[in-house]
Design a protein around this ligand. Structure first.
Ligand SMILES: [Zn+2]
Length: 230
C-alpha cells in the first residue's frame, strides 16, 4: 500500500502554496492559517483516504519561541516539487539569524513523519544550534516499513529530537494554533484515538532498538501532555 500514491486531486484547489509569517506577539494576525478543509484532510490520521480521493501531502506547521519566552515565528510549509516541507522549514529558521546565545524551542506538527533524508537534515540543522530544542508531533508515519525511514526516526530520537504521534490533545493544539478555526473548538473525527493508538504502537516498535541504548528513560520522562504554545 502506498499512502501517498497519486490519486485524483480533489478538493484542495491550487491556492495553497504553503506560507509562513512572522508574528509579533499578540497582533492577532490570522493570515496563512490552514483552512478547516485542509486541516481535516491533511492531518486526518485515518488509515486510508475514502472517496472522494485526494492526496495526503506533507504539511509542517511550526512555532518558534524563546525558551520560556515569547513567540517569535510561526507558520506552515507544504512539500514543493523536489523540496520537502521540512527543508523549507529549515531554510526559514536559518534565515531568521537566531542568536547563538539565546535558547529557543520549536514545536512542529507534521502530517507525515520525516523521510530518512529529511531526518538527517533536521539532525544537522539542530547541531548548528545547540541551544535549540526541537520536537515533532506527527499525525502519520511515512512509509514506515522502509528500513531507512525507521532508522531516520531512531536517529532523530537519539539526537534529542523527539518524534511523537499526535493524539487528541495534539490535534486540538494544532487546530487551535494553525487552523482558521473561527473560534470553534476542535472536533474529533471518528476513531481518531483508536487510529492514533495504532500508530503509536507502530512507532514504539520502530524505536524498540533504542531501549538497548539506554534511551528508554529519556523517552519515558518526556512530557507528552498539553503543549504550551503561549
Ligand atoms: Zn523528506
Amino acid at each position: 500500500m502506498d499512502p501517498q500514491a497519486p490519486t485524483q486531486r480533489g478538493g484542495l484547489g491550487q491556492a495553497y502554496q504553503g506560507g509562513d509569517y512572522v508574528q509579533a506577539p499578540g497582533n492577532g494576525n490570522t493570515q496563512h492559517l490552514l483552512s478547516e478543509d485542509v486541516f481535516k484532510k491533511q492531518f486526518g490520521n485515518q488509515r486510508r483516504v475514502t472517496k472522494p480521493y485526494y492526496r495526503r501531502k506533507t504539511y509542517v506547521c511550526y512555532q518558534l519561541k524563546l525558551l520560556r519566552g515569547p513567540k517569535i515565528a510561526k507558520g506552515y510549509f507544504r512539500n514543493k516539487k523536489k523540496r520537502h516541507a521540512e527543508i523549507r522549514f529549515i531554510d526559514k529558521i536559518n534565515s531568521l539569524g537566531l542568536d547563538q546565545d539565546q535558547s529557543y524551542e520549536i514545536t512542529c506538527y507534521v502530517t507525515w513523519s520525516p523521510c530518512a533524508t529529511c531526518a538527517c537534515k533536521l539532525i544537522k540543522f539542530t547541531r548548528k544550534f545547540p541551544n535549540l530544542s526541537l520536537r515533532i508531533f506527527v499525525s502519520r508515519l511515512y512509509y514506515h516499513w522502509f528500513r531507512q525511514n525507521q532508522q531516520g526516526l531512531r536517529q532523530l530520537w537519539a539526537s534529542s529530537i523527539p518524534v511523537v504521534v499526535m493524539g487528541y490533545q495534539e490535534f486540538a493544539d494544532c487546530w487551535e494554533n494553525f487552523a482558521d478555526n473561527r473560534g470553534n473548538p476542535f472536533q474529533s473525527w471518528e476513531k481518531l484515538t483508536e487510529y492514533s493508538k495504532g500508530i503509536k504502537r507502530r512507532l514504539q516498535k520502530i524505536l524498540e532498538p533504542l531501549k538497548l541504548n539506554g534511551l528508554e528513560d529519556a523517552m519515558g520522562n518526556l512530557k507528552l501532555g498539553s503543549v504550551d504554545l503561549g
